[in-house]
Design a protein around this ligand. Structure first.
Ligand SMILES: Nc1ncnc2c1ncn2[C@@H]1O[C@H](COP(=O)(O)OP(=O)(O)O)[C@@H](O)[C@H]1O
Ligand SMILES: NC(=O)OP(=O)(O)O
Length: 309
């Protein structure tokens, strides 16, 4: 039995509810296979596109209708419910098909961040839709959002992405795992909250789910962290004619490639950093990065990038 945290990328989950449900259904089959093989799996997921779109839609409704303004942390919580619902339904259907009796539960998760995290002065986390440069300039002027180019895919709004410090619901997550629930937790990295004299309060930011997944995996003493995204492998010279997929990466090699700017900030870089955080100095741990649709082949060692000490 291997304890595995599987993180599903928010961007890899498509651009609409229909697309997302189809992708989640497909991945649910592989996840059920992992569980049926006797592994203890905990699931987490991103929310960049989803939280951005929820926020955009609700802002529009507040501007054009009587809808009250929904703060950003509330949008993050909604994104956990939306993606958790698709995961729970798809996994339940898959378990029924396989006659597997397994309880599944999504935990709305808050993650404590440092109120003085420098990330609040330097937004880096891409959220919402992709725009052309012209479209992004127009929205930048109208809404005072900050936009950056995202890994060759277009321009996107960026928001602060503070480091996750503590998973507030960790004890409940542990109890649920111990009582044989398939747990979906820390969605979107967890809703970021800061500790104040009045207790915890939500903040307008999006935690990198890869960093939160590494924290969750360490907390539950997982042996493997699997990050599912839109590419089969991590590559060198990504997007160039010289692109070279990597099968295995040591911590030392990964650090070298980071220093050569091989991994784009806001997309592949945080995944590599999260994997390093999880495996560095820990001989028994591995991290695997591959695509949402090819988990089975990656587990079989046919594709994917395996990262270890
Ligand atoms: N060196 C690289 N190798 C592979 N993909 C890369 C690399 N650098 C940037 N990318 C991009 O990073 C994307 C994954 O990041 P992102 O879309 O933010 O992930 P997520 O699916 O977790 O939301 C890939 O789909 C690819 O477009
Ligand atoms: N919260 C987060 O990291 O989302 P993505 O996986 O969509 O980037």
């Amino acid at each position: 039995m291997t304890k595995i945290v599987v993180a599903l990328g928010g961007n890899a989950l498509g651009k609409s509810p229909a697309e997302q449900l189809k992708l989640v259904k497909n991945t649910a089959a592989s996840l059920a296979g992992l569980i049926a093989a006797g592994n203890k799996v905990v699931i987490t997921h991103g929310n960049g596109p989803q939280v951005g779109v929820i926020n955009l839609g609700l802002d529009f409704a507040a501007e054009h209708d009587k809808t009250p303004l929904f703060p950003f942390p509330e949008c993050g919580a909604m994104s956990q419910g939306y993606i958790g619902y698709h995961l729970q339904q798809s996994l339940k259907n898959e378990f029924c098909k396989r006659k597997l009796n397994k309880k599944i539960v999504s935990v709305i998760t808050q993650t404590e961040v440092n109120a003085n995290d420098q990330a609040f002065d330097n937004p880096t986390k891409p959220v919402g839709n992709f725009y052309s440069r012209e479209e992004s300039k127009k929205i930048e002027n109208e809404k005072k959002f900050v936009f950056v180019e995202d890994a060759g895919r277009g321009y996107r709004r960026v928001v602060p992405s503070p480091l996750p410090k503590k998973i507030i619901e960790q004890d409940s997550i542990n109890d649920l795992i111990d009582t044989d629930n398939l747990v979906i937790a820390s969605g979107g990295g967890g809703v970021p909250v800061v500790k104040t004299e009045h207790g915890y309060q939500g903040v307008a930011a999006v935690i990198d789910k890869d960093m939160s997944a590494a924290l969750l995996a360490a907390n539950i003493e997982a042996e493997q962290l699997i990050i599912l995204t839109a590419v089969d492998n991590v590559s060198l010279d990504y997007g160039k004619t010289t692109e070279l997929p990597i099968n295995r990466l040591t911590v030392k090699e990964a650090k070298q490639y980071i220093s050569e700017n091989q991994f784009s900030p806001g997309s592949m870089l945080p995944k590599i950093e999260a994997c390093l955080e999880f495996v560095s100095g820990k001989k028994g741990r591995t991290a695997l990065i591959t695509s949402l649709g090819h988990l089975d082949s990656a587990i079989a060692g046919k594709i994917g990038t395996l990262i270890c000490e």
